[in-house]
Design a protein around this ligand. Structure first.
Ligand SMILES: Cc1cc2nc3c(=O)[nH]c(=O)nc-3n(C[C@H](O)[C@H](O)[C@H](O)COP(=O)(O)O)c2cc1C
Length: 344
């Protein structure tokens, strides 16, 4: 009782001190500076992840995400209606260097290496070999090419895209079906089903095809309970398993890309949620609040690296048919879609 009373007084005094300091800074015309300081305190974990990630990226001899970005730039160059006889001279040497180092150090995954080699092979067969391109080609041929790459992972005609007969009505049905579900059966979600759902999610668009994020999946009850309670958004609900979506800022060399891993991961998350529904599972997104105590806690529990940061969590499982689902009314196109809005 006494402890509760004193802690209430203590936090009230802290609050008053904060209000007084804010007022003081506002009176001397430095309200924005004070806000900036407070905001930094709150967001410092994410800002530090951005700092450490971009610094790591710039300092590395080779980086998977830079390699993937360059390969994508090449495949875009190869997709022009009229091919330029010479392009990518400014980054072809760097790309081959990443490939040599990444392969030598066994750090690039099989898929990235295969796709990279297929696109490079196509590039060298299509462009004029200037001095710079010849030098890169010699290294490619001499050290890294070999035939073990999928030759078809190169630009192709639009009409060769896989056919889909999914109708608007079917997609609408899936969209109506997916709702945030917070009551689940006591049935374990397997890693196989999560990987199967991710097989769909992986086709989501991503900036320069980097895909600089990870899905951390947990299905052990004790860990799930611990993790799902950290953000606070599903207090009072029993979530059987959880995915923590973690972004990596080491995929970017410039701070301008602060949004990229968040957008990429979120786009994939939407496909993931739909895929779960088709596999008989339900889900609920769990907001990640950028609050220092939560950040400290999750970083410790997940042992996150300096350049990693939490984007959000996804609770998932088999829905309890009798559990209540909030209606959550949706905003209509007339309100949300602004057509030819007047520009200033
Ligand atoms: C980024 C994000 C964070 C969310 N965080 C929470 C959360 O912490 N707790 C919760 O119960 N629901 C959470 N939700 C679920 C939303 O409340 C829900 O998506 C919204 O009300 C619309 O309902 P619906 O998903 O059933 O269409 C979150 C959704 C998103 C997209």
């Amino acid at each position: 009782m006494n402890i509760k009373f004193f802690s209430r007084i203590f936090f009230r005094l802290l609050d008053l001190a904060d209000k007084a300091t804010r007022l003081f800074f506002r009176l001397i015309g430095l309200g924005y500076v004070y806000w900036l300081f407070q905001t930094y305190i709150k967001l410092r974990f994410k800002i530090k992840a951005l700092y450490n990630g971009t610094k790591k990226n710039r300092g590395e001899k080779y980086n998977l995400y830079n390699f993937r970005r360059n390969i994508h730039r090449l495949e875009k160059g190869l997709s022009y209606a009229t091919l330029k006889p010479v392009f990518a001279e400014d980054y072809i040497g760097e790309t081959i260097h990443y490939l040599v180092e990444g392969q030598k150090n066994n750090e690039f995954d099989y898929g990235s290496l295969g796709w990279g080699k297929a696109v490079l092979n196509e590039y060298f067969s299509k462009v004029n070999h200037t001095k710079t391109i010849s030098k890169a080609f010699a290294t490619f041929e001499g050290t890294v090419r070999n035939n073990g790459f999928p030759k078809n992972e190169i630009p192709y005609a639009e009409e060769e895209r896989p056919f889909s007969d999914i109708t608007y009505e079917q997609l609408m049905q899936l969209s109506l079906r997916r709702r945030s579900v917070r009551h689940y059966k006591d049935k374990q979600v397997t890693e196989e089903v999560v990987k199967k759902a991710y097989e769909v999610a992986k086709y989501a668009p991503s900036a320069c095809n980097r895909q600089s994020f990870h899905y951390y999946f947990y299905n052990q009850p004790e860990i799930v309970k611990k993790l799902s309670q950290i953000p606070g958004g599903v207090a009072g609900y029993d979530i059987p398993s959880v995915v923590v979506l973690v972004g990596n800022y080491n995929g970017y060399f410039d701070e301008r890309d602060i949004n990229a891993p968040i957008i990429d991961a979120s786009l994939s998350a939407m496909s993931f949620l739909y895929a779960l529904e088709t596999l008989g599972l339900a889900s609920v997104c769990i907001n990640w609040p950028n609050l220092p105590d939560r950040e400290k806690n999750i970083r410790k529990v997940l042992n996150l690296k300096k350049h990693e940061f939490v984007i959000m969590m996804i609770g998932l499982g088999y829905a309890d048919a009798k559990g209540k689902v909030p209606f959550s009314q949706k905003r209509i196109p007339e309100e949300v879609v602004k057509v030819n809005a007047i520009l200033k």
